[in-house]
Design a protein around this ligand. Sequence first.
Ligand code: NDP
Length: 246
Amino acid sequence: MNDETRKIAVVTGASRGIGAAIAERLSGDGFIVAINFAGNLALAQALAQKIGKAGGIAFPIQADVSDPVAVHDMFDTVEARFGGIDVLVNNAGIQNLAPLAEMTDAAFDSMIAINLKGVFNTLREAARRIRPGGRIINLSSGTTATLSPSYGPYAATKAAVEAMTAVLAKEMRGRAITVNGIAPGPTATDLYLKDKSPEMLAQAARRSPLERLGQPADIAGAVSFLAGPDGEWVNGQTIRVNGGFS
Ligand code: NDP
């Protein structure tokens, strides 16, 4: 593909996990990919190199999504380098679990800062800058439906993301830009695997009719669909991508 005709995608939290799989998949689809990360420069660089070796174009870009100035600068940098932005995938997120009675202020505040304010920060820049025909895809979570104990504040941040997804889709009227969410079920990444015993993981896998955990590539496939031409008629939705987990 000619470099000048490639579209530009920004994927937040793409140094590892689901975001890294999304970055690889979108590169395979022909996008130039900005691999946003918070602290893991080495992982982001390694992914950019892997994509480069496979014939793609990707580059790491550090920005804490909870910082509006850093997010603004990241959009400036990508626009200055490539002339515009066509796709934003809001993937960066953290998860702190505890019953409400035991959750600390710090655990609560960090999820609000990254999962909610972080998504607001990038959505605001995207709403101002994404080119006509563009796509915005936000990572929610199946926990907005399962509502299990200990997931209260985390699920609340993701429910807020789903609300902003539906509202922004309407606000993009007339610009041929779609805004959608993807709500994965349990997916084998650092975020999900940490602090879980093999028994807990096996139990979670059994809850899916497909009898396995999701893999990052399962989620990346759905993002690819929404970001590509066949996804155009899906707008303002949050799609549950979870193998039937409930
Ligand atoms: P991981 O913990 O594996 O990866 C998180 C990514 O987010 C990393 O790239 C990390 O960067 C980045 N990140 C964290 N904080 C910030 C920040 N402040 N600014 C920029 N980047 C940041 O998570 P997953 O891949 O599992 O999750 C990805 C998304 O999917 C999240 O929004 C999560 O809530 C959602 N999700 C995940 C599910 C799962 O089961 N895994 C299920 C449902 C939803 P760095 O490496 O630099 O720290």
